[in-house]
Design a protein around this ligand. Structure first.
Ligand code: UDP
Ligand code: MG
Length: 333
């Protein structure tokens, strides 16, 4: 890759019901794009790509309006809401053949846009992956901070490689994207997948801002679902823990068997209803948990085997559509 030439940057922004924020965010992003082009840090062919994740408000109309007004903006729409991770992947795969670098960021101004300069600088210095890492979480509520940090610790303990306090604000070079495209999985947890790809990587630090407007789409329920997905789609440590637990329980029950035999011959057996019930409950409880865990993995294998597409694009804005059609035409000749 020729790093002396200014790279084509695609800023990828997933949007779900963000009509209140888009006019503000798009202005800020365009300002940043123009500044970087002026400084000859990025190519004038750089674009801002919005991914509408099946919004129920006017998000898509606003994106289309932006794309009509200025060449700086492109948009793709998912056929329905598929969640943040899928929206980000859809954007990355759309951009991977048109650019040298991508930066994914949220639409709500929480990812400090000033960190983009540093990310591009890191790329100029030879890095293929640049993680945006939150310096402090004092803008988050105590609950969000504690649960989020607990999540990173749990992920690491479970054997999943994640960068502490890094969300989905990151720079990826097209080289990394080509490799990411070869990951066929459908249970997506991008921040666990990117470290698996490798290549030189570094982090830049930024202050996490408050949401400019609207509400978070990540309530506790969705956060837990993401954490669970992250662990079960990237780590087999829970299975290992079950084996260890099973061993421990088996040892205890062998001791219990020996003990009851001794007691029997000593003539000291009583009704034993309470202890029987306890053991029965305990063992069946453990068995149920274990079965449940195994079931989770089987469920995932099932989904992976089916190889469903992770996203389906139902629309494209003007320039983007023409480019895609031209590329397709060339391929058919
Ligand atoms: N988002 C999305 N699909 C969803 C939920 C969220 O594309 O189903 C987008 C949303 O528009 C935003 C980003 O993902 O740009 C992060 O979401 P949010 O700010 O609600 O999450 P939080 O920052 O609170 O974790
Ligand atoms: Mg947010």
């Amino acid at each position: 890759m020729d790093r002396t030439k200014a790279p084509i940057l695609y800023l990828i922004v997933p949007c779900y019901n963000e009509e209140a924020l888009l006019p503000i965010t798009s202005r800020e992003l365009e300002k940043k794009r123009r500044q970087l082009i002026r400084e000859e840090r990025i190519s004038p062919a750089s674009r801002i790509l919005f991914v509408d994740d099946g919004s129920k408000d006017h998000t898509w109309e606003i994106i289309c309006g932006l794309a009509e007004e200025s060449q700086a903006f492109l948009g793709i729409a998912q056929s329905r809401n598929r969640g943040h991770q899928n929206a980000v992947l859809a954007g990355l795969m759309e951009a991977k053949d048109c650019c040298d670098i991508t930066i994914t960021m949220d639409c709500d101004g929480q990812d400090d846009i000033q960190a983009v300069d540093e990310m591009v600088a890191a790329y100029e210095n030879g890095y293929e992956v640049v993680y945006g890492v939150r310096r402090a979480r004092d803008k988050d509520t105590w609950f969000k901070r504690t649960t989020a940090e607990g999540f990173y610790h749990l992920m690491r303990w479970m054997g999943t490689e994640v960068v502490f306090n890094h969300g989905d604000y990151r720079l990826l070079s097209s080289r990394v994207l080509q490799e990411l495209a070869r990951f066929p999985e459908v249970n997506l947890f991008l921040r666990g997948m990117v470290p698996l790809i490798g290549f030189p990587s570094t982090s830049v630090y930024y202050e996490r801002q408050e949401r400019i407007a609207g509400e978070s789409h990540y309530p506790l329920k969705k956060m837990l679902a993401l954490a669970f997905d992250g662990i079960t789609s990237l780590s087999t440590r829970p299975l290992h823990l079950i084996t260890m637990l099973g061993l421990g329980v088996a040892l205890l029950s062998f001791a219990g068997v020996a003990w009851s035999i001794v007691m029997h011959f000593a003539g000291r057996t009583v009704d034993g209803w309470a202890s029987m019930t306890c053991i029965l409950c305990f063992v069946s409880g453990i068995q149920l948990i274990s079965l449940g865990m195994i079931g989770e993995y089987i469920g995932k294998i099932y989904k992976e085997v089916k190889r469903r597409p992770t996203y389906i694009i139902s629309g494209r804005t003007g320039e983007n559509r023409e480019e895609k059609e031209a590329a397709k035409g060339k391929g058919e000749m």
